[in-house]
Write a protein that binds this ligand. Structure first.
Ligand code: F6R
Length: 358
């Protein structure tokens, strides 16, 4: 690994060499993925009946699990049903015939998701799977469970976020469980197509928020705070994308929870090796602006430098949320290029999966 000067981000040859599998192009395709994924999921035949449904559970890990975070951040405060995200083996005890369980795994081979899926089928839950193939696709066929299929041509799960996030939206929309989502999806896709140009490699560092942030984060450990609601899923996604693309540690916190524990840890001088990115959105609670300011003031002696990133205002909440996610995905990819690491493969994670394979 060799650390490079920020100017490298304006050199097309260096970008091509630093991103050989085209992660930047995949990040830029978020809007297209969203449109296509929503249309596919919405037209899947034989979805379970919404009659008497009492809860929605989304099971998935890592890049697939984030789709559950997106759904929950978007709709938890607006649906009359609880949305629970399961990132692990255990299906909650309440899950039964009146629960819709969406088991999501891009590869279809993730151990925890397969265990949760099997339990959901055994308990008679209304199950829908989302997978590009693998064991989950095979089991769906054998168990006569409806599957939303996503393209297996994408090299890694986290680069399929648009398809993965659109799947639960399309399924719930088709089941008439959501306030009609189609207009939000289209508005979000248009917004994301525009943002991809603003943050893409052709826009120079001077004029490119994502390149500028990546240069600022180089050599610091990123800490990402999201304000509750729309910025929660993006904050988690920023952290995990920085981990997986740039291969550095990163931490995440949600405001206002941060004010009830984390701030105590920012003792005098402790913030210097870190860079705080605060994700904000215009729909956040009216107290949040004062809270952010007071929080930063309370920990001033820590020497933690902070930058704010605001969601792009959008006709629908989905666009605002995904604008934060797309910005983070670009930042994490530029940071990888600056650090001289390939953003796409995840060798440590893949080797661990291999070692644990039964
Ligand atoms: C790799 C990645 C991982 C995977 C996770 C679960 O790009 O993003 O976080 O998403 O290991 O694998 P899948 O998504 O195949 O179930």
């Amino acid at each position: 690994m060799s650390t490079r000067a920020p100017a490298v981000l304006d050199d097309p040859a260096a970008i091509a060499a630093g991103d050989p599998e085209g992660m930047l192009g995949l990040v830029a395709s978020l809007g297209t993925q969203l449109r296509e994924g929503f249309a596919t999921a919405r037209s899947v035949p034989e979805l379970p009946s919404p009659e008497g449904l009492r809860s929605v559970v989304v099971c998935g890990m890592g890049g697939s699990g984030v789709a559950g975070d997106v759904l929950r951040s978007l709709y938890a405060a607006r649906l009359h049903l609880p949305i629970v995200v399961v990132k692990g083996y255990a299906l909650p005890e309440f899950c039964g015939r009146d629960t819709l369980v969406m088991a999501m795994s891009f590869s279809g081979n993730t151990e925890e998701t397969l265990v949760a899926y099997a339990e959901a089928v055994a308990r008679g839950c209304r199950v829908v799977t989302v997978a590009a193939g693998g064991e989950l696709a095979t089991l769906s066929e054998a168990d006569d469970v409806t599957r939303v299929s996503i393209p297996g041509t994408i090299p890694v799960p986290r680069a399929a976020l648009g398809y993965l996030s659109a799947a639960p939206l399309g399924v719930l929309d088709a089941m008439a469980m959501l306030p009609a989502a189609e207009r939000d999806v289209e508005a979000a896709a248009v917004l994301l197509d525009g943002l991809a140009t603003e943050l893409g490699p052709d826009r120079t560092l001077q004029d490119n928020v994502a390149k500028d942030l990546a240069a600022w984060l180089q050599g610091r450990t990123p800490v990402v705070w999201g304000s509750e609601g729309l910025a929660e899923a993006p904050a988690v996604r920023w952290k995990t994308q920085i981990n997986e693309n740039a291969k550095v540690p990163a931490w995440v916190g949600i405001l206002s929870e941060v004010d009830h524990n984390e701030i105590e840890g920012w003792s005098e001088g402790s913030g210097r090796p870190y860079g705080l990115v605060a994700l904000r959105h215009r729909e956040e609670h009216q107290r949040m602006a004062a809270r952010f300011a007071a929080t930063l003031q309370a920990i001033e002696s820590a020497g933690l430098e902070a930058r704010e990133v605001w969601a792009t205002p959008s006709a629908g909440a989905l666009g605002s949320m995904l604008s934060l996610i797309m910005t983070g995905d670009f930042v994490a990819t530029y940071l990888a290029i600056l650090r001289g690491v390939d953003p796409t493969p995840v060798p440590v994670l893949s080797a661990l999966k291999e070692r644990l394979r039964p």
